[in-house]
Design a binder for this molecule. Structure first.
Ligand code: MN
Length: 416
């Protein structure tokens, strides 16, 4: 029996976007709503059966009146089109009596999985036959520690089964930025033999399994410069034979990107610096093929004789403004966190000062194999299974560039 839906997660409506200026905060909050509205429009134009939301739809603590009104309006719009909403709450919107989510008068087409136990909901066609089963469960608190995935029942073969869950799948590469809520393993999901798993929580979109898809849609819009690239949701179609196809749809009108500029080691004036940065941005922007609003972090890396000039925030602002004006980019932030000054190390050797002595000690350590092995910490990642010779090579690689760091640190704010 054919069944189709849009899978989204981690909309995070009403994110406060602290630490941004008021205009930008308002712009980002509106953009989040517009991204969600784009998911609604996609569901309507593709005439799908349902919209699936895998948690963290909004934040119980910050949901505004206007957003509550907006959510109800667009869900009613879906209702007019006979599109159902299935929504499994996550850690930001846990279901409970004290939370906003349980007080909202949700329209009749919205089904919220409000139990911590797994529920299975049958979806019927016009003739009263079951065309799909959607299974889900709610987080009941902000820090759900159970493995909820384990509790899902195995699929009964003849009808598509879709699992909807906010969880942290531990065996992916991108768990580091995410809290360990409702943790599970890919195999916990795989053994259920479902047609499709619609997951939320990890903000980076990923296909954990392609055949019988296990999918994170990622968040619907990047919220900061770490959440780069196209963001949106999946359009999923299951045909009468139970075969599933899916495609990613970009839903966000804005996009964060990071551009790294690391070829400025011989740049000594602002005109040349700008030229190098502009050239790099020009190349990268062409690759994005995006006509919404770009928000760009320009990260300057490596050595640069102008490093000290960036200690003056006005210089950073000047550069940001020039980039914005030249490219017509909505928002630019320049990061110099990884920028080092250029120092001719040898100039500081054999001198009567602390830096010279420090560099001398460093050179001794670097060149003396026995001393290197002696100084090595007892437990050091990356050396298991290595013999002494390999260990020395590895230790030396760790020390690469450290003399520059010592010099930068000891020279402090003084220009060399
Ligand atoms: Mn979450």
């Amino acid at each position: 029996m054919a069944f189709s839906f849009v899978h989204i997660a981690d909309v995070h409506l009403d994110t406060p976007f602290k630490s941004r200026d008021e205009n930008l905060r308002r712009f980002l909050r509106n953009s989040l709503r517009e991204s969600f509205k784009a998911a609604i429009d996609l569901a309507i134009s593709e005439r799908v059966d349902a919209l699936l939301i895998a948690g963290d739809f909004f934040d119980n603590d910050t949901l505004s009146f206007s957003t509550e009104k907006f959510i109800l309006d667009v869900f009613k719009q879906l209702d007019k089109e006979n599109i159902n909403v299935f929504y499994a709450p996550g850690n930001h919107d846990p279901y409970g009596h004290s939370h906003r989510i349980s007080k909202i008068p949700w329209p009749k087409n919205v089904y919220i999985f409000n139990q911590s136990n797994v529920e299975a909901v049958n979806v019927y066609d016009d003739n009263g036959n079951i065309k799909a089963v959607v299974l889900g469960a709610a987080h009941k608190s902000k820090n759900e520690s159970r493995n909820i995935a384990e509790d899902f029942p195995k699929s009964k073969l003849n009808v598509p089964h879709i699992g909807l869950l906010h969880c942290l799948v531990l065996d992916t590469n991108t768990i580091c930025d995410h809290e360990r809520y409702a943790p599970c393993l890919i195999k916990d999901l795989e053994v259920k033999d479902y047609t499709y798993w619609a997951l939320g929580h990890i903000h980076k979109r990923q296909e954990l399994q392609k055949n019988k898809p296990i999918m994170y849609s990622g968040n619907i819009m990047g919220r900061n410069s770490k959440e780069t690239g196209a963001k949106g949701g999946y359009l999923v179609r299951i045909n009468d034979a139970g075969e599933v196809t899916y495609s990613f749809n970009e839903l966000s009108h804005i996009r964060w990107e990071e551009i790294i500029v690391d070829n400025i080691s011989n740049v000594t004036n602002y005109e040349e610096l700008k030229k190098r940065i502009f050239e790099k941005i020009e190349q990268e922007i062409l690759k994005y093929e995006f006509d919404g609003e770009l928000l760009i972090k320009v990260s300057l890396k490596g050595q640069c004789p102008l490093r000290f000039e960036f200690d003056d925030i006005e210089n950073i602002t000047e550069l940001e403004d020039d980039i914005k004006a030249y490219f017509g980019i909505f928002y630019v932030e320049v990061s110099v966190d990884d920028l080092k000054m250029s120092i001719e190390i040898d100039k500081y050797k054999n001198q009567p000062h602390v830096l010279s002595k420090a560099l001398e000690i460093f050179d001794d350590i670097k060149e003396d194999d026995e001393l290197l092995l002696k100084l090595k910490p007892e437990n050091l990642a990356g050396i298991s299974g290595k013999d002494d010779e390999e260990t020395v090579i590895y230790l030396r690689s760790l020390l690469k560039g450290a003399d520059m760091d010592i010099a930068t640190y000891l020279l402090g704010g003084d220009k060399p």
